[in-house]
Ligand binder design. Sequence first.
Ligand code: ZN
Length: 224
Amino acid sequence: MSHTAFNSHLMGDSNAWPLGKLVCVGRNYAEHAAELNNPIPEQPLLFIKPATSAVAMQEPVYLPKGVGDVHYETEIALLIGSPISKAQPAKALEAVIGVGLALDLTLRDLQTELKKLGHPWERAKAWDGACPLSSFVPVAEVKDWQELELSLAINGIEKQRGKAKQMLTPIAELLSHISQTFTLMPGDVVITGTPAGVGKLADGDQLDVQLTNLLKVTTQVVSL
Ligand code: ZN
């Protein structure tokens, strides 16, 4: 799907902005940090995926070839609707206009190599297609941020389940923290970290991804 076509689906047709940067947080759930033998960071671990890494989640998820294991990380995604810079948590939360789901696809073998070398992660995290995104539900439908719950099943077997209240840095604080360093603009997306249960994708896998009772996406994994 072309980038332009994807943009118009960010929030239905009434609120279409060009997709901006995707600001991601690593190790925001303690059990996920532990499963990869990573220490819990003292402050949120941030990285950015470019807009060119985003694809529509309901399209097939394409696995690149010859790059080792491709891991799924299911995450709550927040669509920003107004600029935020150096904002307090409550103010920062007001800038969110939609909530959705992201797959922070990761070339895990390559990331492990890059970490050992002390190199940036972009080659493992920011490639074309590395961020399948769902559409976004208007924020008015979120009754309680802390109770937002994501889940992922692969071929009918549950692999990941996590609630926003398990995050080491909660959503409002996370947005505030990010905005101290990176101005968030309308069309930017914040991806809030993955709960435990990450693993490898395989050709033909069927993914069922859900956000509370707000959103449900079924998609298929296809090898390139
Ligand atoms: Zn992630």
